[in-house]
Design a binder for this molecule. Sequence first.
Ligand SMILES: [Zn+2]
Length: 305
Amino acid sequence: MSLVMISHPSCGFHEVGDDHPESPNRLHAINDQLIASRLDAIIDKQQATQATKEQLYLAHDKAYVDSVFASVPEQGIVELAPDTQLGPRSLEAALYAAGANVMAVDLVMQGKAQQAFCAVRPPGHHAEYAKAMGFCFFNNIAVAAHYAMAQYGLERIAVIDFDVHHGNGTENIFFDDERVLFCSSFESPFFPYNMGPGNEHILNLPMPAGTYGDEFMQAIGDKWLPKIDAFAPQLILISAGFDSHYEDDMGHFNLVETDFHWLSAELKKLAVKHCDNKIVATLEGGYALNALGRSVIAHIKGIME
Ligand SMILES: [Zn+2]
């Protein structure tokens, strides 16, 4: 039993203009590196199914979800928020992205896979309970967490977000839900400029532009790992954003592949200790295509090995 990668061709059909950094080429870059690294020979690949409206309602306001469905244009582009646009096939992609996360929870919770990585887009972690934001419509990892609690009765889920941007949507959705320990590291001050106050189970870790891997590892080792250990999660979810790589100009961190590998391997150790190695990760940011592909491989190796 090993890792399953879940995706769907429709995730490549969400297109909002040639110049938009959140492009279908991101998934091609991951696939290329999967082949180059020969990981594709040893991981299982499955096609996602779509999330249902009822699954989206677990994490989002019903009226908001319905409004996204009602906003899909027959042609052209509709802007739901700054830089967050729906094209004719964007909803379809978003439903497969959230659906991949639901499927990942099922596979891992039913023991059909140890870990899952959802290679999907659009990303999700900026989407709040009732608001699209920052390329995100539905909060994929929040849907996964809510689904795991509703379907499998889990009471302790750790959600780790290492995207260079704060996972404001995930904080918003779980702010009053102590069943979720949310850990978000991010550049600050920086988009989305709305870091919440945090609380006992929302561990925000803001770091300045220019942060290097040794500083990143030190902070996470001090501030997160002991708390995740004490929380004893029944499932570990990861918002895997790779725009914190030094080659990625969507942020100003200086992380490299070995840093992503280190954090992933640390989370794997905690998963082995507390939850029978159950990890579900989903793609968030990462826009420097070459670095994105290499970093995803480092991440997958970290949680698999
Ligand atoms: Zn990001």
